[in-house]
Design a protein around this ligand. Structure first.
Ligand code: BEZ
Length: 399
């Protein structure tokens, strides 16, 4: 029988797994100290409603897949999950994260998708000294001005894919760009990164367009793009709204007349819904579906067998969040009380990720290749490396 979702469950849940090793052999590997340890409490704060629902779901599945592949344990510790739906709603974020920190007293926080929510999580994690691993939200400040010894990220900063897209667009010889995004940290910072990369290469951003998150009324802004006729448009949207943007861009006749270069989130997990409107779109991201490496192929196969769906960048980031936690716990033989030693090991980690191996910057953000991808069918296919081993500048971080 194929394995199913290792833990589709509600809050809290201690999973039971079939062990690969016979029980006696496994018992011989467990030290007496490990045998006495209670499960490690992992608080998953992710969106389960709204435009980022699918992103949260893929992150959770990726995280649990890694745990499942390791017999339900990380660093010898059983894992107990606690879950909160953050609704991608910054105004509820502090209350929501405190449900995990104060009510459930989790050992580790994992979350979230939305930059505004993640900034509040990072504040609460810093104040309470709770270990936090961010598996998506790119808010630059999390590994910049708000950095902390107990805060790690396995995804990206908003600056990283934006900057790489700017390098690609200027390299293609485009001179006049317009940008379009949501008016919150992720959109603003991604556009800032694009502008830096594009203008460094001699281009000029002539106009920034935005609308509030999570609105999808793009029409008036698309009319403005059609009127201005820039050489290229740069866009950041993600989740359900991204496929609508791709369809609206096409329906407005812009797909044929103004090339789109995007942050990869526009086309990750959205191509099936976007249909023909997404095909051929170029984007930059730290993952491409068809990376033909043994690591990526094994990961995608395992994910597809387990969940009957294809992995995307969010699943990778969740999987790598579990890998990072495992590295820390393994270094201290599962003894979470040795937090300093654990954090020291996490800082030095080299994650064998499906995206390719990466290390962490001194501010705890991945140093990683950013790929140029092209949307083909349901996949974002690698077309080259846009920027090699790109490290976020980590501006304002004092640790
Ligand atoms: C963010 O808010 O940081 C974000 C959300 C979705 C995709 C990428 C970034």
């Amino acid at each position: 029988m194929l394995p199913s979702d290792p833990n589709p469950a509600e809050t809290p849940v201690t999973p039971t797994f079939k062990l690969a090793l016979p029980a006696l052999a496994l018992a011989a590997l467990i030290t007496p100290a490990q045998a006495q340890q209670a499960p490690l409490k992992v608080g998953l704060m992710l969106p389960a409603t709204g435009t980022y629902t699918a992103l949260g779901d893929a992150i959770e599945k990726g995280f649990k897949l890694y745990v499942q592949e390791h017999g339900g344990k990380l660093g010898g510790r059983d894992i107990q999950y606690f879950k909160v739906d953050d609704e991608s709603e910054p105004s509820k974020a502090t209350d929501n994260v405190n449900k995990l920190i104060k009510r459930d007293q989790v050992d580790v926080l994992v979350g979230t998708v939305h930059s505004g929510v993640a900034l509040a999580m990072a504040r609460a994690a810093k104040e309470s000294n709770t270990l936090l691993i961010v598996p998506n939200a790119g808010a630059d400040a999390i590994t910049g001005a708000q950095c902390a010894a107990n805060i790690f990220r396995t995804s990206f900063t908003n600056w990283q894919p934006g900057y790489a897209a700017g390098v690609v667009a200027s390299g293609k010889g485009y001179k006049r760009a317009m940008t379009i995004t949501w008016n919150y940290a992720a959109g603003i910072e991604t556009v800032k990164g694009f502008t830096e990369g594009f203008e460094k290469g001699g281009g000029k951003v002539v106009k920034d367009l935005s609308l509030p998150f999570p609105n999808v009324e793009f029409q008036a802004l698309l009319t403005e793009i059609a009127a201005q006729k820039p050489d290229v448009v740069f866009a950041f949207f993600a989740g359900g709204a991204a496929s609508k943007f791709l369809k609206d861009y096409d329906a407005a006749g812009l797909k044929k007349s103004v090339p789109l270069v995007a942050s990869g989130f526009l086309t990750d997990g959205t191509l099936e819904a976007a249909g023909a409107s997404g095909q051929g779109v170029l984007s930059t991201l730290h993952y491409a579906d068809n990376l033909d490496t043994p690591r990526n192929n094994a990961f995608r196969k395992s994910y597809a067998l387990t969940y009957k769906s294809n992995a995307d960048v969010y699943a990778v980031q969740g999987y790598d969040a579990a890998q990072l936690l495992a590295a820390g716990l393994t270094a201290v033989k599962g003894d979470f009380k040795q937090r300093d030693a654990m954090v020291a090991a996490m800082r030095k980690v080299r994650i064998d990720s499906p995206r390719g191996a990466f290390t962490l910057s001194p501010q705890h953000n991945p140093v990683q290749d950013i790929f140029l991808r092209e949307a083909k069918g349901d996949n974002n296919e690698m077309r080259g490396v846009a920027v090699k081993a790109l490290a976020d500048p980590g501006r304002g971080c004092r640790m």
